[in-house]
Design a protein around this ligand. Structure first.
Ligand code: NAD
Length: 358
């Protein structure tokens, strides 16, 4: 097993260090190599996704990714911004299916902004298409000026597109995931206004014919956004396009209390994948030993399950995280009265100890 480790920027290196410590105590054979990505790579090599980093990711069975981005890079030309590294990796590794579970751990129901009874036991899976939609349409109006500003230009535009195969393959992924859960899929679109999403609805409905054991319903994205805060437990698997998935998965993440708890996986057709926390690089708390490393540690568990065929190791990590939460340890983002506040490093050490003891 060959793992590419890309810590990135901001809190990325801190949270990655804890995930790597957990990986090291699992007693499974693996090789790993670490490389710069994002702003750190731009600072060192002039590009957020240098050739050597891309090659490393292409060779690997799986990529464990921290986070990228910092406000200090906001004025860079778009192609050099740290976030472009993620788009480049998705494109090059053909990662088309993004899995973002939103699970509310029973110990953390109070951390949600919703009433505990609305979120207790919440377990949603958002399946987001990653390679199409408005992020990869015809860019982007008139070219920006070299300093990155639009310099009084009269308009800018992006175009939304989906191809039939792109929709078919993500629909299959969602229906197959639903078969392992409660056999319900909600497809989210904007078919009432956008041609692209009328097409999406038609194709998802066609694919559904192959899954008679799975229930399918369709929701407009504005209604889905409302229902997610009104009655989130009514959902099971949500499948949607790139942009709606981007927004709804962050909304769902907040239902669970902290974005610092949520892992994600982006997979290609061969189940090779990139695993990263759902949150960004949090420059506001970087270097302070207060970031929550659990989303990255749980992303490692997803990696072991989906790409490295080590389901038992994944379960060990997940059980260790539950045990640590039950023991009352909390990073600042999930802290509440009566629990014990710990830093990034201490949280990592507690998970390492629980994994070792299992
Ligand atoms: P963010 O997710 O980095 O932070 C949002 C808020 O959540 C902040 O208050 C932050 O302190 C907090 N937070 C995030 N992760 C946390 C953790 N593990 N523990 C505790 N608190 C945590 O989003 P943002 O502030 O909008 O973006 C910051 C930078 O990250 C930007 O440059 C953005 O482009 C980038 N970004 C990167 C990714 C990625 O690498 N995949 C994703 C989203 C944003």
């Amino acid at each position: 097993m060959n793992i590419a480790i890309l810590p990135g920027d901001g809190i990325g290196p801190e949270i990655m260090a804890e995930a790597v410590r957990v990986l090291e105590v699992l007693d499974i054979p693996y090789e790993s190599e670490t490389a710069l990505v994002g702003g750190a790579a731009y600072a060192a090599h002039g590009h957020p996704l240098p050739e050597a980093t891309l090659k490393l990711a292409q060779r690997a069975d799986a990529v464990l990714f921290g986070a990228v981005g910092d406000w200090k890079y906001d004025t860079l030309e778009r192609s050099l911004r740290p976030e472009q590294a993620i788009l480049g990796l998705r494109r090059s590794l053909q990662l088309f299916a993004n899995f973002r579970p939103a699970i509310c751990h029973p110990q953390l129901t109070h951390a949600s902004s919703l009433k505990p009874e609305l979120v207790a036991g919440l377990d949603i899976l958002i399946v987001r298409e990653l390679t199409g939609d408005i992020y990869f349409g015809q860019p982007r109006g008139r070219r920006v000026s070299p300093d990155g500003a639009f310099a009084g230009q009269p308009e800018a535009f992006d175009t939304m597109r989906y191809s039939r195969p792109e929709i078919e393959r993500i629909a299959h992924v969602a229906f197959q995931a639903a078969r392992k859960r409660s056999k319900r899929v909600t497809s989210v679109d904007k078919a009432n206004v956008l041609e692209t999403f009328q097409f999406w609805r038609d194709v998802v409905t066609e694919v559904h014919a192959e899954y008679p054991d799975v229930a399918l319903d369709h929701l407009y994205v504005d209604n889905a956004a409302m229902q997610l805060v009104k009655a989130p437990k009514a959902f099971d698997v949500i499948v949607t396009g790139n942009m709606f998935g981007d927004i709804l998965s962050d909304e769902a993440a907040m239902l669970t209390g902290s974005i610092g708890m949520l892992p994600s996986a982006s997979l290609n057709a061969e189940n090779r994948g990139l695993y990263e926390p759902s949150h960004g690089s949090a420059p506001d708390i970087a270097g302070k030993n207060i970031a929550n490393p659990l989303a990255t540690i749980l992303s490692l568990a997803m990696m072991l399950r989906f790409s490295l065929n080590q389901p038992e190791a994944a379960l060990r990590i997940e059980a260790a995280v539950t045990q640590v939460l039950e023991s009352g340890l909390r990073t600042a983002d999930i802290w509440s009265e009566g629990t014990q506040r710990v830093g990034t490093r201490e949280m990592g050490s507690a998970v390492v100890a629980a994994v070792k003891a299992a």
